[in-house]
Design a protein around this ligand. Structure first.
Ligand code: NAD
Length: 304
């Protein structure tokens, strides 16, 4: 970092963290463990208390959180929330120091990231889009994949912070590129979960020992990080999120729209997007995305 205005550490930038949900809480705690001063703001009081208990500082507003920050990290649900926390008199751009680096790690539309970078430049604030993959477990274990869009120099200065949060950290191109890669990631994950869910229903209806089957499948070409991470959800029918169907519905909308814009056909992705939408319409939006199993079970007339 070129300036370290707000940090009590001589070499580490002061960090503001906005959005302390399923992902933001463990990620910000990993930064605290790595020795960073973290001041956070989010909508739920219990999450602010959790940050304070972990050694961070709870702020009463976005303005208070970002005022002295060298680096501002945001991790909120979707584009409307990124816009709400960034713009306006109470937002990040109006209240952060000129020269601060804003790293948005939310999964949002590429265009929102491009627009944010442009608006921030007028305020002297640098921006990276840096969405992640790896889920809640990846966040807790600090092994996330982080796909970054923006300028090389900003990527280089963000790298030490990102290395405290993840393992595979790649600059994918200019502003918005991280979001485009994340959209592709969500396509792959949804189709993979759907395939696993169909296999689970097929195996159960066939009377095969499901645990044995999933263990051996995961050792072969059918194995995947999805199967490793979601196997127990399928076996125990535990759909506590994790990654909510509501958020995956949002992401399938992003990838469908972005693909249409560049003329790419996603026939299987389009079907899975409809299955995610249907699950949500039936009241399962708050469940983990492994609950795609419930959609396949309904289609197969299986016991829910
Ligand atoms: P979440 O709903 O658990 O957390 C979102 C947080 O944002 C909440 O704590 C909320 O208080 C905060 N927030 C919303 N509006 C705000 C505002 N105006 N001011 C301050 N705080 C505000 O969501 P999550 O699961 O942590 O996901 C966050 C982002 O990460 C999403 O874009 C999601 O798609 C992406 N993501 C999630 C996972 C996962 O497994 N959960 C994995 C990869 C990426």
């Amino acid at each position: 970092m070129s300036t370290l205005a707000g940090s009590s550490h001589p070499t580490r930038p002061a960090v503001a963290w906005i959005g302390l949900g399923i992902m933001g809480s463990p990620m910000s705690e990993n930064l605290i463990k790595a020795g960073y001063d973290v001041t956070g703001f989010t909508l739920e009081q219990d999450k602010l208390d959790r940050l304070a208990a972990a050694g961070g500082t709870a702020a009463g507003s976005i303005a208070e959180a970002v005022r002295d920050a060298d680096v501002i990290i945001t991790m909120v649900p979707a584009s409307p929330q990124v816009e709400a926390i960034s713009y306006g008199p109470d937002g990040i751009l109006e209240n952060a120091r000129s020269g601060a680096l804003l790293i948005d790690m939310s999964s949002i539309t590429p265009q929102t990231s491009v627009d944010l970078a442009k608006a921030a430049r007028d305020k002297g604030i640098r921006v990276l889009d840096a969405p992640v993959s790896g889920g809640e477990a990846g966040a807790i274990e600090a092994v996330l994949s982080i796909m970054v869009g923006g300028e090389q120099a900003d990527f280089d200065s963000a790298k030490p912070i990102l290395e405290a949060l993840g393992k595979t950290i790649v600059l994918c191109g200019p502003h918005g590129s991280g979001q485009t890669v994340k959209a592709a990631n969500q396509l792959i994950v949804a189709v993979n979960i759907q395939a696993c869910a169909e296999a689970v229903v097929f195996l159960e209806k066939s009377g095969v020992d499901l645990k044995a089957a999933l263990d051996v499948l995961n050792g072969g070409l059918a194995g995947s990080t999805v199967l490793t991470r979601k196997k127990d959800n399928f076996l125990q029918r535990d759909f506590k999120p994790g990654f909510r169907i509501d958020l995956h519905h949002k992401d399938m909308g992003i990838v469908t729209d972005a693909a249409r814009n560049v003329g790419a056909a996603l026939p299987v992705g389009a079907v899975v997007a409809q299955l995610v939408a249907s699950l949500r319409a039936q009241g399962d939006g708050g469940l983990d995305h492994s609950a795609l199993l419930r959609a396949v079970e309904r289609l197969s007339g299986a016991q829910l």
